[in-house]
Design a protein around this ligand. Structure first.
Ligand SMILES: Cc1ncc(COP(=O)(O)O)c(C=O)c1O
Length: 471
């Protein structure tokens, strides 16, 4: 079977059926040779075995590209980032403050005041929305707060927020502090959905929780993909179900954006936020993204009044319409769409990095990336299962806690190791130029990102893991 046939099987829900020689370099390289996205790896700089040992800068990244399976934490550096950031530095040095309003020839960038809009234009396919529903600003947790400021409107009847039991801590803090800030009691207003004993939260359980609190819930805010287990939630189904019951629906897409196909507009999501430093590869702490459904971006001038009506939000001058922003007037006239939710003048240097990272996505499509990712991750799962089969049946090396169903996961596989194995394995991987993420207690998160990972990398990773396990 060739790569497109594996994609077709996985997309149809059928098991991939890898052959008996799947655990061989030849098989992995055969799949790589059939990969129409393999050229994209050349767009990235991956840490090498030698560069990982560097303690000082010397202007070089010596040796062959390493294996970088940690894009679920911090994506690898696209070569374009240096080019775009350099262009920004040259623009700033050349024209100073005029860079706000000047589109320079022979630059990959637009004028500074349009940088966020340019990034939104580059993101329509990434999140499945019209550019006017997308904004790049601030960072993820700040944006969750900004969105909740506009969308979490508790009253005596509807005051609860439904979340999962152990979201990324920042989400928990953000939700809890919003509730307290409204003068409410988190013990009464936070509804946490517990997973089953396998660490996963079935969709039915989410829907049952919605039902149990339907009349008293103001907002449901879940992760598109759970950072620890790697579970991909059924975003369209949960969104529709909650909305039918009058609940506002927000999603934290930190681990989903740039990883799985999203259709935020069609799914009728109210708002969503994501970071750009994981699967989007814009660099540590880079500017985040947000989606606001078009119906909340409307700006109406009733009877030609100069004071428009619009959805209440926490406002700042950069959310103001460009045509009047520099009039310095006291009347806030928001830019229609998600851009009207901006507050401050964004960092043009930072957005140069985001624009560079997004330019790589524009060389392909989320559909093609997801197709490759489905097979890469299934291949990793297959080789992991083979390793486990070699363990004493009563004492398996690990358990894959990410859903077995490819439709319920992204790129990441979370591997819960037998107690005591993590440090040794992590050491062996790093010694061999392999980066992947350790989460205490005992979880190895393995994310073969399709933009820059090969089937060969998956195979090599498994050989190092085998060595660390004494196989
Ligand atoms: C799911 C999730 N939410 C929130 C955050 C925090 O993001 P930030 O520090 O950009 O606010 C992260 C960071 O990794 C995350 O994974």
């Amino acid at each position: 079977m060739d790569l497109p046939a594996y994609v077709e099987r996985l997309r149809s829900g059928a098991p991939p059926k890898f052959p008996a020689d799947a655990n061989s370099l030849e098989f992995a390289q055969k799949l790589d040779s059939q990969d129409s996205l393999r050229h994209l790896r050349d767009e990235f700089i991956l840490p090498t075995k030698a560069s990982l040992k560097k303690k000082a800068l010397d202007g070089s990244i010596p040796g062959e590209q390493g294996i970088y399976f940690v894009g679920n934490s911090l994506g690898a550096q696209p070569k374009a980032v240096r080019e775009y950031v350099n262009a920004q530095l040259e623009t700033w040095a050349s024209v100073g403050v005029n860079g706000h309003f000047l589109d320079m020839d022979q630059s990959p960038l637009v004028q500074w005041q349009d940088m966020a809009e340019d990034c939104a234009n580059k993101s329509a396919d990434l999140v499945g929305a019209s550019p006017s529903e997308i904004v790049y600003m601030s960072t993820l947790t700040v944006n969750l707060h900004m969105m909740m400021a506009s969308f979490y409107k508790p009253d005596a009847k509807r005051h609860k927020v439904i979340l999962e039991w152990k979201p990324f801590p920042s989400d928990h803090y953000a939700i809890e502090s919003q509730i307290v800030w409204h003068g409410l009691d988190p013990a009464e207003s936070m509804i946490k959905i517990e997973p089953d004993s396998d660490f996963l939260i079935p969709t039915e359980k989410v829907l049952a929780t919605i039902d149990a609190h339907a009349d008293s819930t103001a907002l449901i805010l879940l992760p598109g993909i759970q950072y620890w287990s790697g579970q991909l939630f059924d975003i369209p189904r949960i969104t529709a179900y909650a909305k039918e019951r009058g609940i506002v629906v927000g999603w934290d897409l930190a681990h989903a954006a740039g990883n799985v196909e999203l259709k935020l507009h069609d799914w009728d999501v109210d708002f969503a936020c994501w970071c750009t430093y994981k699967y989007i590869n814009a660099g540590p702490g880079a500017t985040g993204g947000a989606f606001v459904h078009e119906r909340y971006g409307k700006v109406d001038f009733v009877d030609n009044s100069e004071n428009p009506t619009y959805r209440p939000r926490l406002a700042g001058w950069y959310g103001g319409d460009k045509r009047v922003r520099f009039n310095m007037a006291n009347t806030f006239v928001p830019t229609p769409g998600a851009a009207g939710y901006q507050v401050s003048n964004p960092s043009a240097l930072d957005l140069a990095s985001v624009a560079a990272a997004l330019s790589i996505f524009n060389k392909t499509s989320m559909r093609d990336l997801r197709s490759k990712a489905l097979v890469l991750t299934a291949y990793a799962e297959h080789l992991l299962d083979q390793i486990n089969a070699e363990a004493d049946a009563a004492k398996p090396f690990f358990k894959i806690i990410t859903p077995r169903d490819p439709a319920q996961r992204g790129t990441q596989l979370s591997v819960l190791l037998r107690e005591g194995l993590l440090d040794n394995i992590a050491h062996a991987l790093e010694q061999n130029g392999v980066m992947c993420d350790k989460r205490k207690p005992d979880v190895l998160r393995v994310a073969p990102v399709p933009l820059y990972s090969r089937f060969e990398d998956v195979w090599r990773f498994m050989q190092i893991l085998r060595g660390a396990l004494g196989l």
